[in-house]
Design a binder for this molecule. Structure first.
Ligand code: ADP
Ligand code: GLC
Length: 494
């Protein structure tokens, strides 16, 4: 029997701190919506567990209570509500108003400050996830596999290994190793972590408690969100201090490239665009450029290479490299349309640059799903100069929209963008431009390569179509997860 058929009806609990469109701060929100749907399409019995933030409670208005969770250790009591995501995938909403009913985002208040009780907020999420994957499940339904995502869920494997009866195997997916969930060690008691786990062969990390460390240590498997990132997290350059531990677990580590929601990101049907188009009607992309220029107050210039960016404004994303490259970039026939939010210093810098040259630079500070789609479609090329990028989704969206990405050669960007060469163009492999050094000069050089191809309209169209022809659907990668679950089950049963 094929592994995928064996995986059918396998009960998978997918626990996550965010899930689009109910709660999203970045790519994890998108993946938490699209991967479970792809797994369900393969026949798996998958259920998503997430905290009942106000936006989630509002979206899941019809969710019904299915269990009371009694307070344990220093964790408050809560309720589990059962609803459905827009994809039809069942969702378990962890309702605990004292922890989740907040004005701000999933992790931070409105001023961008981490909530002081995040250890408890995500300790509870991890604890309930672990129970649902054990004989102590508060439901009749009990997971065969626990699929955790990033540090807010990564304490769950520790709970499973540290005493829950009938524990299912677990995996931790690393979307971003830089976020490690580090707290004072004395919160361990309230989280119900036994004293014997408070050591380096356990949850302790340099005298503190790290959720992510716990997951990397106790999970049965570790998955990084691209094959290249799976290698990188074993190195000092990208291991964020965890490379030693990751190395000891290298035989339990895999890299599986994220997919995207091919319906939500489809230029042929996207309701946010002025004019829909596909690879056969690529000329209909042009009105989207004009509409974007008009909407953002950029000069109506068909010949300028309009560079788009949609990004968290943080060091990770290499935002400063673009800022530093601006004088050089503006000496060329380019325009820039940026949408993003994050570090105040970057927000401020972009506002200032845009105000100084409004016909060439537009910066919209904030989170705007509609504009994100319009930039993917309206820009000529998409810029991602990331210092590191575990996977990255925007470069996939942009290729699907015929907007070749200009990206730094790191992480998932390497695994999803084909660097331009004349041969590669004609073989159908080239779909964008990669550059190696994290410097403004290297970025400018890559933009120059793009400008050269852009001047040759036939070559540029071929480049756009190469990207549009790439398959970024979840098909292959969801199958890889399913096969991994089957292997984990087999080991657990042995
Ligand atoms: P990361 O998760 O590191 O932020 P990804 O490329 O994986 O990076 O995913 C980012 C996701 O968040 C994409 O769907 C992108 O469109 C979206 N996004 C980021 N910033 C904004 C914003 N300011 N407005 C709308 N969408 C945004
Ligand atoms: C993280 C990473 C990003 C990745 C996303 C989804 O936020 O920074 O590269 O695409 O998770 O896996």
């Amino acid at each position: 029997m094929s592994a995928i058929r064996k995986a059918a009806r396998l009960r998978v609990l997918f626990v996550t701190p965010e899930c689009a469109p109910w709660a999203k701060t970045g790519g994890l929100g998108d993946v938490s919506a699209s991967l479970p749907a792809a797994l369900a399409a393969l026949g798996l019995d998958v259920c998503v567990l997430l905290p009942g933030y106000p936006s989630v409670r509002q979206a899941a208005r019809n969710a019904r209570k299915v269990a009371d969770i009694r307070s344990a250790h220093g964790l408050p009591s809560a309720r589990l509500l059962r609803g459905r995501l827009p994809s039809g995938v069942p969702a378990l909403v962890l309702d605990c108003p004292s922890l989740y009913r907040r004005e701000g985002g999933p992790y931070q208040d409105g001023d961008g400050v981490d909530y002081s009780d995040n250890a408890l907020r995500f300790g509870l999420l991890s604890h309930v996830a672990a129970r649902l994957a054990s004989a102590a499940s508060p439901l009749v339904w009990r997971a065969d596999i626990l699929h955790c995502n990033d540090w807010p869920t990564a304490l769950a494997p520790a709970y499973l290994k540290l005493g829950l009866p009938g524990a299912a195997p677990s995996l931790v997916v690393v979307h971003n190793l830089a976020f490690q969930g580090i707290f004072p060690l004395d919160v361990a008691e309230r989280l119900g972590l036994p004293p014997e786990s408070l050591k380096s062969e356990g949850v302790e990390y340099w005298g503190k408690l790290s959720f992510l460390k716990a997951g990397l240590y106790y999970a049965d498997r570790i998955v990084a969100v691209s094959p290249t990132y799976a290698h990188e997290i074993r190195t000092e350059a990208h291991g964020c201090g965890m490379q030693g531990l990751v190395e000891t677990r290298a035989n339990r580590l895999a890299g599986i490239l994220n997919g995207i929601d091919m319906d939500a990101w489809n230029p042929r049907t996207d309701p946010h665009l002025d004019t829909n188009y596909d690879a056969d009607t690529l000329e209909d992309k042009a009105p989207n450029k004009r509409a974007l220029q008009a909407e953002l107050g950029l000069a109506a210039d068909d010949d300028a290479l309009l560079l788009g960016m949609v990004s968290r404004l943080t060091d990770q994303k290499g935002i400063d490299l673009v800022l530093d490259a601006l004088p050089e970039l503006l000496a060329r026939p380019v325009q820039l349309a940026l949408l993003g939010g994050g570090d105040a210093r970057f927000e401020q810098a972009w506002r200032e640059r845009a105000a100084a040259t409004p016909e060439r630079i537009a910066a919209v500070i904030g989170f705007d799903e509609r504009l994100a789609h319009r930039i993917e479609a309206g820009a000529d090329a998409f810029v991602m100069p990331s210092r590191f990028e575990p996977c990255g989704l925007n470069q996939m969206y942009s290729q699907r929209y015929g907007t070749p990405p200009i990206v730094r050669a790191t992480g998932g960007l390497v695994d999803s963008v084909g660097d331009f060469s004349v041969d590669g163009l004609h073989r159908g492999e080239a779909s964008g431009f990669l550059f190696a050094d994290a410097t403004p000069a290297a970025l400018v050089e890559a933009v120059d390569r793009a400008l050269k191809v852009f001047a040759d309209r036939v070559a540029w169209r071929t480049l756009c179509r190469n990207g549009m022809a790439r398959d970024f659907s979840w098909g292959g990668s969801a199958g890889r997860y399913a096969r991994l679950y089957v292997a984990m089950r087999a080991v657990a049963a042995a």
